[in-house]
Structures are given as C-alpha cells and as structure tokens.
Write a protein that binds this ligand. Structure first.
Ligand code: 5AD
Length: 355
C-alpha cells in the first residue's frame, strides 16, 4: 500500500466515524497503526467536540475504594495475582469502607466504586450487607462494584441490595489472546457471559481492556473496537499495560500513553454517550496522561479514597501514581488541574445517558 492510498483509508475511516458509522476491521487497524500527528490532532478534536455535545465540559469523579487485595486468580499481568507471595495482603472492614464513603461524600463524590480482587471472604452475604448499608446511608449516590466474576444469582443479589453499576474488564475480545494472558482455569467465555448477565440484570455495565498487553496486535485492538460497538457498554475502562515486578510479564514492554489516548478518542466517536475514564494507569504512564485523556474524549476520573496506609499495597503494576496526598488534597488538585484545561469537576452521580 503506498502512502496516498494509506491516507485515503485513514480519511475514509475518519469520515465514517464522524458520521456515526463503523469502519471495517481493516480500516480500524490502519487508524490504530497510523502514527501521523495530524491524524492524532483530528481525532482528539473530533472526540472532544463529540463529548461536549452530550456532556459539555463536565468531568465526573468516582471515589475509588480498593477494599481488598486478596485474589484467588493468577492472571499473568497482575501485581496482586495469587502467586505474588511478596504482596502484603489487606482487607478493609465494612466500617473502614463506610468511613471512606463518608469522607468521599463530604468531598463531593456521589459515586463510590468498590474495587477488589476476587476475595472469597467477601462472599455474597457480606458484600450484599455492605452494599445495603451504603445504599441506606447514601440514597443519592451510585454504588459501583468491581469485584470480578460471579454467578448470575450473585450479581442479581448485589443489584437487589442496591448496587447500580458493575465494572468487569473483558481484557481482550480475542479468546486466543485471552489464553495467553490467563491461566487455564479462567475462561474468556465465562467472562463474556458475566458481562452479558450484568447487562441483562440492569446494571450500568463497564467492560474494558489493556492497551499494549503482551501478544496484542493492532488487529486485536480493531477487534476490541468492534466488540465495544456490538456490546454497547455504558462504561469503558482502558489503560496501558504496565509491567508488575514478580509477575510472569515483569519484563514485557509497557503499553503506550499515546496509543491509549488515540483509542480513547476512537471509542468516544464510536460510542458518543459512553462514560469513559482517564485511568490511573494512563496517569502513571504519562505525567499529564489524565489531562490528555480528558482532552481526547474521556469524561471520568476515579480518584483514590482508600486509606493512605493500604494504597501502596494495591499495586496492579509498578510505579502506580500515588501523590501521598490525602483524598481532600488530591481532589482540590484535580479540580484545579481540570479547570486549567477548561473542564469542570462536578458533584453529580453522572449516570449513563443510555439508561
Ligand atoms: N497493567 C495495567 N493494567 C492492569 N490491570 C491489571 N494488571 C495490570 C497491569 N499490570 C488492569 C486489568 C484489570 C484492572 C482492574 O486493572 O485490566 O481488569
């Protein structure tokens, strides 16, 4: 393919995206592989305009509570996988978690995200009781769970207890790629089934993947985009893969912030109303990653509300950003850094526009 016809492909793909249409897998691959700064600028501008049409200059904040780093799974990329014997394990109590919510509420958070490893101690009884307690105390807040794969019955029970949203990254839309990232006891089919169950129950559902995970190709990324368009999630979490010491992938190359940002823009254009965070991993890969993500189509940021003493223990990858600020300081900084780029952090549940 010569340069001119390559540019035509890119132009066609951009035209389709602009008109709300879906480029084919080959055109998406070309757009992903393209490294031209002019195309990058166009994508960022279009994505920003598209987001502003629905969300203006609002940025939603979610209070992230990393409630346990125990995990029964052994995903090859993850810093808190079961085999990481050097990780100091912790589990917040229900009271600890409610205190995080209290501090978060005062700071303007109206969504709490309970994220943790797949920790059997937090069984349905305990988790449902916790969700009920938060629901009762904060009827005006959204409760998001991010606690891995469960049966449909368990998801239903947690929904009935008051959870509104669930985040479960599918990790890759390619089952062969999934097998290279996970041990044999984890199945791509089951993960996808979980996502379908969550949506059917009525959760605002988030899926997502890592950018630049080992063995991932540009064609795999194009498949991710096609999957997102088909699944129509309410939320999409993506971030660069970052190696974690002690894991089988500790020496693998990190994913790039630049490509992550390009994908954020494409995802915004494919799913104009999606809730799209500029993730901690993006902020770790690039000092200005979160701001650049917001300028490129993202509209959510998830500051950490976990107690300072456990934050250093929830390390999915190396060098995770942790300013050492208490939640209050970090929210003040965030409001300012968003204001500096023309965005406003709002106190709002920030529900999906698609429900
Ligand atoms: N680098 C980047 N992201 C990671 N995650 C887990 N380990 C890593 C890593 N090493 C992501 C996975 C998981 C989410 C909670 O964090 O996508 O679903």
């Amino acid at each position: 393919m010569n340069n001119t016809s390559m540019n035509k492909d890119i132009e066609n793909a951009l035209d389709l995206l602009r008109s709300g249409l879906l480029p084919d897998r080959q055109a998406l691959t070309a757009l992903i592989e393209n490294d031209d700064p002019q195309t990058a600028d166009i994508l960022v501008k279009e994505a920003d305009a598209c987001k502003k049409k629905y969300y203006g200059n609002k940025v939603y904040i979610r209070g992230l509570i990393e409630f346990t780093n125990y995990c029964r799974n052994d995903c090859y990329y993850c810093g808190i996988r079961r085999s990481q014997s050097s990780v100091s394990r912790y589990r917040l109590t229900a009271d600890d978690i409610l205190s995080c919510c209290e501090a978060g509420y005062d700071l303007g958070f109206r969504t709490f995200v309970l994220q943790g490893g797949e920790d059997p101690w937090w069984n349905d009884d305990r988790l449902a009781a916790l969700v009920e307690a938060i629901r009762k105390k904060y009827p005006d807040c959204a409760i998001t769970l991010s606690a891995g794969e469960k049966s449909r019955g368990s998801y239903q029970r947690l929904f009935d207890a008051g959870a509104d949203r669930y985040l479960l990254r599918h990790e890759t839309a390619n089952p062969c790629h999934y097998e290279k990232l996970h041990p044999a006891d984890l199945s791509w089919q089951n993960r996808m089934e979980c996502l379908r169950d969550l949506k059917a129950i009525g959760y605002q559902t988030g899926c997502g993947f890592m950018v630049g995970s080992p063995f991932q190709t540009a064609d795999d990324l194009a498949r991710e985009l096609l999957f997102l368009k088909e699944f129509q999630p309410h939320m999409v979490g993506i971030g660069p893969f970052l190696p974690a010491a002690g894991t089988p992938f500790e020496r693998e190359k990190a994913g790039s912030a630049k490509l992550t940002i390009r994908l954020l823009s494409i995802i915004r254009l494919l799913l104009p109303k999606v809730l799209l965070p500029a993730t901690t991993a993006l902020g770790t890969a690039d000092e200005d990653g979160r701001e650049r993500g917001i300028l490129a189509g993202a509209n959510v940021i998830m500051p950490n509300l976990s107690p300072a003493e456990v934050r250093k223990k929830y390390l999915l990858y190396d060098n995770k950003i942790a300013t050492g600020d208490e939640a209050a300081e970090s929210v003040a900084h965030l409001r300012q850094s968003m204001a500096d780029i023309g965005y406003q952090v709002v106190t709002d549940r920030g529900d999906s526009l698609n429900t």
